[in-house]
Design a protein around this ligand. Structure first.
Ligand code: ADP
Ligand code: 5GP
Length: 195
């Protein structure tokens, strides 16, 4: 990071298993706090309702590897067989402008961010029950196949275990409004670590 987050804005990482409600929560936090939501770059195919440039920037593996080689990403990782990365310049710019910056990324990426920027707050979203993940994943209407959904559910177990060791805060997304408020309280410094 080129900016100094102590003086400038705040970097917030939101992670959690697929379908737990990360995007829904992030959208509301962005609205309520005028935060900057980073748009990631990915090599996976767009889902049925996804828009290039809004949900992700969808690019080829060749382009991704070239950009990673040029050091254009704040972090990147291979998730479920595709690359995902956070373009660095927009994040630096928003932090320097004093904004709250939200990265909706996986745990591997969250740990890279923490190494580069120890002041970053790492928040992990948990489902009320494991079964809720399956239901919510179906509710996203992405038209994913069975194999892809199965893989994401299995990955959830591993991700939760890794987050328990390294993340600063955990928020259960049962009632959506309460989960959004919990995230805002963390950003505002009203919740201590592990509350
Ligand atoms: P993620 O970004 O973590 O994959 P989404 O934000 O796309 O998850 O949410 C997955 C689905 O779950 C969506 O249909 C969303 O409307 C729904 N959802 C989100 N939060 C809740 C909640 N607290 N209770 C019930 N359904 C929820
Ligand atoms: P999905 O394919 O469901 O949109 O995302 C799959 C996983 O990749 C999610 O855990 C999501 O948070 C993560 N992800 C999205 N963008 C990025 C990114 O830029 N970097 C990393 N490391 N993970 C990301």
């Amino acid at each position: 990071m080129t900016g100094n987050p102590e003086k400038n804005g705040k970097l917030v990482v939101i992670s959690g298993p697929s379908g737990v409600g990360k995007s829904t929560i992030c959208r509301q936090v962005v609205e309520k706090r005028d935060a900057f939501l980073s748009v990631s770059v990915t090599t996976r195919n767009p889902g049925a309702a996804e828009v290039n440039g809004r949900d992700y920037r969808f690019i080829s593996r060749d382009e991704f590897e070239a950009r990673a080689g040029r050091g254009e990403f704040l972090e990147y990782a291979d998730v479920f067989g595709n690359y995902y990365g956070t373009p660095r310049p927009p994040v630096d710019e928003a932090i320097s402008a004093g904004r709250i910056v939200i990265l909706e990324i996986d745990v591997q990426g969250g740990l890279q961010v923490k190494q580069r920027c120890p002041q970053a707050e790492l928040i992990f979203i948990l489902p009320p029950q494991r079964e809720d993940l399956q239901k919510r994943m179906d509710g996203r209407g992405r038209g994913e196949d069975e194999q892809s959904r199965k893989r994401r559910l299995q990955a959830a177990e591993k991700e939760i275990a890794a987050a328990r060791q390294h993340y600063d805060h955990f928020v259960v997304n049962d009632d959506l409004a309460s989960a959004v408020q919990d995230v805002i309280d963390i950003i505002d410094g009203k919740r201590k670590k592990y509350d």
